[in-house]
Design a protein around this ligand. Structure first.
Ligand SMILES: C[S@@+](CC[C@H](N)C(=O)[O-])C[C@H]1O[C@@H](n2cnc3c(N)ncnc32)[C@H](O)[C@@H]1O
Length: 199
């Protein structure tokens, strides 16, 4: 059965991402301030690992990472059917063979299987139930990389400051959800947090 996260309790942003705005996600100008290579360097994925892109949107980053690391299996997860349509179109257009687009019904089969998770521009949209599911897909030593718009810096791009977290608030939320968090060097407009299951 196809599950969708209707319960967004705990999410910082009041509404879901509007699929009508999907085109802004495909702007490769984003690579200037969040580079795919920098994300891979932070994730340190072993050969042939499964990387879950949690909230993959149109797949700009899922595909860029898969192209840079053909050994990976990239699972691009999104809860909105419109975004999955965009994702599947992009996968077909680029011809990349190591990315699959999935909805949340795939999460059960992924439990404990991910060598890494990328959550880019998505923490502020995740409810508590989704954060639990994200934690559950990680294998024991795997890292979830949370890269999200920083509420503490002035930005010419991205959501309003009151829809996103300061690094401190993000760390607090992740620790409360069962992660151990390491603060990595911030990007121009984003904080970078490497989170692992707390033991
Ligand atoms: C702002 S977009 C970012 C997309 C992508 N990570 C990027 O940076 O290009 C957030 C995406 O996360 C998805 N999303 C939000 N909550 C989700 C959840 N609980 N499970 C799966 N996808 C989710 C939304 O549908 C949307 O496509």
């Amino acid at each position: 059965m196809c599950r969708v996260h209707h319960d967004r309790h705990g999410a910082k942003q009041p509404g879901r991402f509007d699929p009508a705005r999907a085109a802004i996600l495909d702007d490769t100008a984003r690579f200037a301030y969040v580079s795919p290579d920098a994300l891979l360097a932070e994730l340190v994925l072993p050969p042939s690992a499964t990387l879950v892109d949690f909230g993959a949107g149109t797949g700009l980053y899922a595909i860029a990472l898969a192209q840079r690391r053909p050994d990976l299996r990239v699972v691009a997860l999104d809860e909105q059917p419109e975004m999955l349509d965009h994702l599947r179109t992009a996968i077909g257009r680029t011809g990349v063979t190591n990315v699959e687009a999935v909805d949340p019904s795939a999460l059960d089969a992924l439990r404990g299987c991910a060598g890494g998770v990328l959550a880019l521009n998505v923490l502020h949209e995740l409810g508590d139930a989704a954060l639990e599911e994200l934690l559950a897909v990680l294998s024991s030593d795997a890292t979830a990389l949370f890269v999200d718009w920083n509420a503490a810096v002035e930005r010419p791009v991205g959501p309003p400051r009151d829809h996103v977290y300061s690094p401190g608030d993000a760390v607090q939320r992740l620790e409360a959800a069962g992660f151990t968090v390491e603060i990595r060097a911030p990007l121009a407009y984003h904080f970078v947090l490497a989170a692992r299951p707390a033991r």
